[in-house]
Design a protein around this ligand. Sequence first.
Ligand code: SAH
Ligand code: SF4
Length: 482
Amino acid sequence: MHHKDCSSQLEAQSVYQKNVREIMKVRAAGEKPLAFVRTYGCQQNVADSEKIKGELAQMGFSFTEEADKADLILFNTCAVREHAEDRVYGNIGALKNLKRRRPSLIIAICGCMMEQEHAAERIRKTFPFVNLVFGTHGIHRLPEMLSTVLTDSCRVFSRGEEEDTVVEGIPVQRDGAYKAWLTVMYGCNNFCSYCVVPYVRGRERSREPEAIIQEFSEILAAGYKEITLLGQNVNSYGKTLQTPISFAQLLQKLDAFPGDYRIRFMTSHPKDATHELIDTIAQSRHISHHIHLPFQSGSDRVLKEMNRVYDREKYLSLVRYIREKIPDASLTSDVIVGFPGETYEEFQQTLSLIEEVGFTSLYTFIYSPREGTRAAKMPDPVPRGEKSRWMDELLRTQEKIAEKRCAAMVGRVERVLVEERAKSGLLSGRTDGNVIIEFPGSEEMIGTFRDVRVIEAGIWVLKGKLENDSLKNRKNGGFYYG
Ligand code: SAH
Ligand code: SF4
């Protein structure tokens, strides 16, 4: 696929940017206008919000955590399950009074939900105080849309008119100081029968490796210690580029950067996970030994109905290869309980797969019908209450597994990126395998890697103590920089 040159699209925005900046300056009467941005859903949305904040900052906005102080409130929404959507509607409703008190407040709703016509229509009809609605495709045109809202005092609705392009050069205002998100590809082509993502995020398109490498080096230069590469199915990265490149090859290029840092990525689709990818992780200096590999169901019949394109045996053979090449690999996964037509016996196969693999942790979801998807039309006879009982059984099973895995870590020395001071007063960080660990230590350790010995295991959080000789046991060969 050839991406058209989008630099002109961004240039066109600079006039609008200036316009918004001028108008907001007058409105805020000498103060900096304030924006409140709330993000729902996955890391992809978090990364999109960081771009939106980058654009808002360019237009002169500062940010606030208090909605009632804001001149602009923006919700970046998620459509993946009904529960996520219900929360958004509830929270939009709660803005009504704020807007009544301060009519100049601008309210914008964007993201995956707004790419669905029925959701955008509901906003149009039920929430007349919302000024701006746009989807996942329109982020680079935010200055233009805001300018129209402010200049013409009209409501703006913009959804899915754009073609599936990659727009480079949008400024990014990152939330974290040590951990950064880096999107390598957009969209999804897989059309798993339950999933709305391909409808709201469009077709798969990869960024050029040069653009990713450039951003990666900037992130490292800014002092970030952990970079997570994002895509709905990173294993199909690069296949449609004019000069195709595999995800494993991209990882190799990034891993070659010197320095003390760690690379993570998500999400890996089992159907496209290659031995090349696993070998690359095994041989790398910086890639975390944590692999998020969603299996969704342990039943071949259900997997087929889900259109996942792999079966139980293919998944398990992939896991065997990972365990062989990366013995300390930490595996996590996504599971759906109660897919339409799933029987209790089929659900038991999900449990047995969980036992067989021994995941570090699981993201578990009760099936939620999504309008427009194939599964939403399938007969779904099992009542919600029954599915909840299955879910409880699943959680109990996984809890025992996680407990056992954590107990086995006691005595081991883990390389930990120290992130913050926890409520307990201890320092808190994550191991290479993405398990939270807390230990005593001083403030200046935050934002650095430390070797921590596990001394006690819980189910979700480990307790540890600093190793005196922090340079030993270093996975990255003790490489130091600067
Ligand atoms: N692209 C990723 C997942 C994106 S959505 C992948 O394929 O692995 C994140 C997770 O939400 C999915 O893995 C799935 O477990 C869950 N999910 C998606 N649609 C769902 C639905 N309709 N009901 C319940 N869970 C769903
Ligand atoms: Fe949804 Fe499947 Fe695409 Fe993941 S791979 S985003 S589950 S359609």
